[in-house]
Design a protein around this ligand. Sequence first.
Ligand code: BES
Ligand code: ZN
Length: 386
Amino acid sequence: MSYFSLGIILVSSFSGIAVAGESSLHLHGVGYGPEMDEVRLIDRGDGTGPKMMKLKDAFQYSKMAHEAGRCGGFMDLTGQPELNGPPPVEVESFKLNLEDRALTQGAYLESSLALLDASRVSDTVKQLSSNRNRYYRSSYGVQAAHWIAGQFRELSRNRTDVKVELFSHSFEQPSVIASIAGQGPHQNEIVVIGGHEDSINQSAFGSREMLAPGADDNASGVGTVLEIFRVLIQSGFKPDRTLMFMTYAGEEVGLLGSQDIANRFRNEGKSVVAVMQIDMTSFPGSGNQVVFITDNVSTELTRFSQKLMDVYVKVRWGTDRCGYACSDHASWNRAGYSAVMPFEATMSAYNRDIHTTRDLIGKLDFNHGLAFLRLGLAFMSELSMN
Ligand code: BES
Ligand code: ZN
């Protein structure tokens, strides 16, 4: 899917946009990073199962799949083969009965939805996309994670029920997890909203200095998660369940950060009852609508979220398939948890400038992104109460 960008990069080199690495389509081009030669366990999502291969070959496969007219994302499963088994009982037993679940937060949402401010998402996108990149192995990527953690801390100053943590991985960039502690008998159950913090320029394989603004993909998602957090804090919301706000590292190279987190949570028997993935919210490619991804997700949680759309968001919605593990919801889904992914547009109309130097703020419409703020706030408040 993302590798679609490779076609566009050719065009940009002909049109004379000169950026280091941009014109090289070769894996051994400018800034080729050593991680590209690492042998990793890669699942290409084509039904043939995980295989050992070099990271550069996984990228090469994606590029070829795209040229053949197919999407070609992959999941890097290195270090996580235990996830091939069924989920442990503890995880299964905490599924909510979403079918019959009544909506109870109408009064809270009536006042708090009005507090959501799309211009704050724009501010976050401006800030994050003005850095060179947020690549999972670059110092810029590490700095971005620390900046996000700082935002969570600043928004929750003086709150003793809030905790902001960095989650370390086997590569430089940490993920960020902010939690609002639940109160009472359901405090060990967890509701998650998250999106990836890293960015990539698919034509500058592995370069630490690549230009990858990643405004839509996925500074827009990070801004959305931060703004929902801000409103829950500012409105003094005290959840029964524990609410977690996550920005994942290393998504663009095979869902690495979210797999580490989902896997650790599963191994620790953590009862995550629902996960919403926010990845690309602000390019209105197919008009005024939210598109629910239907593969690698929970159908029950998706149906529940569609109900939230009808009741609280009142924006048109549709459905489409990614066709492969296209974002972090797939990591949670694979670990046995219920996940949902609302997306900015249909697969034929999403922002084609992602993973290039042109994924810039100027292309975005934060009014389109407002639907995701509303949906996310409704999701976190409704699912956090018993
Ligand atoms: N934001 C994209 C996912 C996406 C793109 C979903 C377009 C739907 C339409 C994500 O960051 C991404 O690029 N994912 C990779 C797969 C990843 C596992 C390497 C992709 O789509 O190729
Ligand atoms: Zn993305």
